[in-house]
Design a protein around this ligand. Structure first.
Ligand code: SF4
Length: 399
């Protein structure tokens, strides 16, 4: 195998907050994606300052031709270049409403760039600086696995009840298309409650994937108890009904896919209890991808945008423990120096896939654009695009 140049995000598992751009080392990467175009080595020989200066210059020269979108979980070295910062919902709304700019560089992960491609115009090009920036949660629900489960559910209970599929936006376009084609819908962590209510106006049960925690927490919020929720174990396709009995499925209002976010799984109820002992006046805010026990112990739960508002609007002198990705928490702490803001998990890691968008990749795609070449364009196949758009537009309509 050839030597490949990749980002050394793996070295960050000692979990220090990665606010500085590191120099890029060389190492052998066995699983480097086959579809990633190879970034020329010259970009890794540049110093961090050279990279930043060149991005600044190129962005200025091409200001009419492109827009850079930056997800809240991106590192500061990327966020400084973002024309629009937001969570996956805000950035998809932005892509849906801004059809005039020809190129959108999406500094986020793969499913976000796909959503932007679905909602943008046919003429716009969506570019993901590093195609290796995926999402481990999105990878937990594939179209074949979900179709297999759907077939089992619909065949077994044929005509007995109507199930509405809901996919979290953190999922591949093929699953959004699946929902569009099966009277289903997409949701984000900002609107999951409205989307589930929408589904119950049209069906008897909800099949929710890939994040079991967002599904469970939102169900609880809507008054649906654990007795009315099933968990579908997709890892054992030879076990019937995802490990549930017929009676359990019949009784359930919500069937959850057994997926999760590895970053948000790190936050626990005991961390919150310990923080309350240490700081009796502390307020705790967590993301709904955290488990139900942590959510129960928190003062507030909400999307990335909700968390940012919660911290920004808190009174001076507030102490707030936050259960979400550490790049965002560090940025909020920096923006709110009169408050004590910290991540609930003292050894929390950044989202390793978000972290693959290194400034060297941003420079590479900008450089290529300035030479009339597009690298790392995200193009959802037309057969999926039409149905995925239906599911996304249903969501945008009710939000
Ligand atoms: S934070 Fe979790 S859900 Fe978000 S991109 Fe990273 S792995 Fe995926």
């Amino acid at each position: 195998m050839n030597k490949k140049l990749v980002l050394d995000y793996k070295e960050k598992i000692d979990c220090e907050v990665p606010m500085q751009m590191e120099t890029l080392p060389l190492y052998e990467e066995q699983s480097f994606s086959q579809w990633q175009q190879e970034i020329p080595k010259k970009y890794f020989q540049l110093s961090p300052d050279e990279i930043i200066n060149r991005i600044t210059e190129l962005k200025k020269n091409m200001s009419n031709e492109l827009i850079i979108l930056g997800h809240h979980y991106q590192r500061e070295d990327i966020i400084q270049f973002a024309d629009q910062i937001g969570d996956s919902y805000a950035l998809s709304v932005y892509a849906a409403n801004n059809h005039s700019v020809p190129n959108i560089i999406f500094c986020g992960v793969h499913f976000m760039a796909e959503a932007a491609d679905i909602l943008s115009s046919n003429e716009q090009k969506i570019i993901l600086p590093n195609l290796e920036a995926g999402c481990s949660m999105a990878d937990m629900a594939t179209r074949p696995d979900v179709s297999f489960a759907w077939k089992e559910l619909t065949n077994r209970f044929n005509g007995q009840f109507n199930i509405i599929p809901i996919t979290y936006i953190n999922s591949p376009a093929t699953l959004k298309a699946f929902c569009g084609a099966n009277n289903g819908i997409v949701c984000t962590s900002s609107n999951a409650d409205k989307v589930i209510k929408w589904a119950f106006e049209r069906g008897d049960k909800v099949f929710f994937f890939p994040d079991q925690h967002l599904g469970r927490n939102t169900s609880h919020q809507l008054g649906i108890s654990d007795e009315l929720i099933s968990l579908w174990d997709w890892r054992k396709p030879d076990i019937e009904l995802g490990g549930n009995t017929e009676e359990k499925i019949r009784k359930s209002k919500v069937i959850l896919w057994d997926g999760f976010c590895s970053v948000h799984q790190r936050f626990t109820a005991s961390q919150i209890k310990e923080a309350r002992i240490q700081y009796p006046k502390i307020k705790i805010v967590v993301h709904p991808e955290c488990n139900a026990e942590a959510v129960k112990e928190a003062d507030a739960v909400g999307s990335t945008a909700f968390i940012a508002d919660y911290v920004n609007n808190a009174a001076n002198g507030s102490i707030i423990g936050v259960g979400t990705e550490v790049n965002l928490v560090s940025r909020l702490a920096k923006l709110n120096p009169s408050k004590q803001i910290f991540c609930l998990d003292s050894v929390v890691c950044p989202c390793s896939t978000m972290y693959r968008v290194h400034p060297a990749y941003l420079l590479w795609v900008l450089d290529s654009l300035s030479n009339g070449k597009i690298v790392n364009q995200i193009q959802v196949p037309e057969k999926d695009k039409a149905f995925a758009k239906i599911a996304l537009e249903r969501m945008l309509e009710i939000s």
